[in-house]
Ligand binder design. Structure first.
Ligand code: NAP
Ligand code: G4F
Length: 332
């Protein structure tokens, strides 16, 4: 008998991780469904063009009836809940919306799964985040944050994600669902939005090299992040849903670097050793509360999932700068 194709439903298909995950699942032969929101979504056309094999379903994380409909259409084996208001700075300006989408939206999706899957056949992935840990001021693990570290979120985004994290655990324990959270540290790449600091830098560096821009304005440069490549991280998400039992996992590189270090490598890539004349600090990009340092311990994911990041920090910066140079060279 021929193998039956697996079916996956991805929320956040138009985002960075949604794109990487769609490619990965397509390479594994899945039938893929993606949730797209809004009647005038500017990313719809580009998504349809890039991923002709994805069936788009109109739905919104704040509208549970739309999520139930999406489940009925997709009939998925696996649900990847990647949709969120994901920008930490934005979440301070829109805290209630962030709470509704990034927090309560997870409950809406879990309920949609529970109501349409009485036999608990569906496997559910929740996109949790290292932002829930809050940084060294509150939490000082020796080898980096792991699955047992305590939480102390420092933004409306982090607080909303913590709700999503615990409600996923609660549905697993209450209803025996295969529902897991991946606690992912920062992951970047050529699909990263320009509103995030790494892509903002690599895009500006490319434009400076081509004479299209003369400086970049940034907020604080001292925070440190554990930065990996998004393409590596979606592989970890998929592996979490292939396990025999539902468990949460940290995905991280185990290294941490400051924004200054990122700037140094990015400018070196275009032959500039001293980036300081090209960078201005602007308080508009600073946050009311900052996470000083994030460092993850991926030991459990490496041991149980056999997952390991492939792209290292210099490789990530290079990949992003080179990609932006190519894009900017062909733009008018
Ligand atoms: P992203 O690029 O910002 O994508 C977010 C996605 O959510 C977009 O597709 C967006 O769709 C969708 N969305 C927003 N509001 C929605 C709503 N009300 N209903 C349905 N869809 C909605 O984020 P990402 O970097 O791919 O991250 C994926 C997930 O992982 C997010 O939950 C993020 O919080 C989490 N995470 C990310 C990282 C990281 O470093 N990237 C680390 C840890 C956790 P539109 O096109 O309509 O805006
Ligand atoms: O690139 P960021 O906006 O990412 P942040 O805040 O670490 O959040 C990302 O990673 C989380 C995982 O830890 C995800 F959950 C979340 O969804 C998102 O993907 O900022 C990184 C650092 C911060 O300390 C910020 O204050 O860069 C600092 N920064 C300095 N200047 C800036 C800027 N951040 C942005 N976005 N823009 C600036 O101009």
């Amino acid at each position: 008998m021929a193998d039956v194709k697996k079916r996956a439903l991805i929320t956040g298909i138009t985002g960075q991780d949604g794109g990487h995950l769609a490619k990965l699942l397509h390479s594994k032969g899945y039938d893929i469904f993606g949730i797209i929101r809004g009647q005038h979504n500017t990313r719809r056309q580009i998504t349809e063009r890039e991923f002709p094999y994805v069936t788009l379903i109109e739905a919104d994380l704040v509208d549970q009836s739309s999520l139930i409909r999406a489940m009925q259409i997709a009939k998925p084996d696996e649900v990847y809940n990647l949709a969120a208001i994901s920008h930490v700075g934005y979440s301070f300006k829109n805290p209630q919306l962030t709470s509704d989408v990034t927090g309560k939206g997870v409950l809406n999706m879990l309920e949609a799964v529970r109501l349409t899957d009485p036999d608990n056949k569906v496997r559910f992935y929740q996109a949790s985040t290292s932002e829930m840990f809050g940084g060294l001021e509150y939490n000082r693990p020796e080898k980096g944050y792991d699955e047992d570290s305590s939480f102390h979120p420092r933004s409306p985004y982090g607080v909303a994600k913590l709700y999503g994290h615990w409600i996923t655990t609660n549905y697993r324990e209450s209803y025996n669902m295969f529902a897991v959270s991946g606690i992912l540290f920062n992951h970047e790449g050529d699909r990263r939005g320009v509103e995030f600091v790494t892509r903002k830098i690599t895009n500006a560096v490319a434009r400076i090299k081509l004479g299209k821009q003369d400086h970049i304005e940034l907020g604080d440069l001292w925070p440190k992040r554990d930065w990996g490549y998004a393409g590596d991280y979606v592989e970890g998400m998929w592996r979490m849903l292939q396990q025999d039992k539902p468990e949460d996992f940290v995905l991280a590189t185990g290294e941490t670097h400051s924004i200054e270090e990122f700037l140094t490598l990015a400018f070196k890539e275009i032959g500039i050793d001293d980036w300081k004349p090209y960078v201005k600090q602007n308080p508009a990009f600073m946050r009311p509360a900052e996470v000083d340092l994030l460092l993850g311990n991926p030991e459990k994911a490496e041991r149980v999932l056999g997952w390991k990041r492939k792209v290292d920090f210099p490789g990530l910066v290079k990949l992003m700068v080179q990609h932006d140079l190519t894009i900017e060279e062909t733009k008018i």
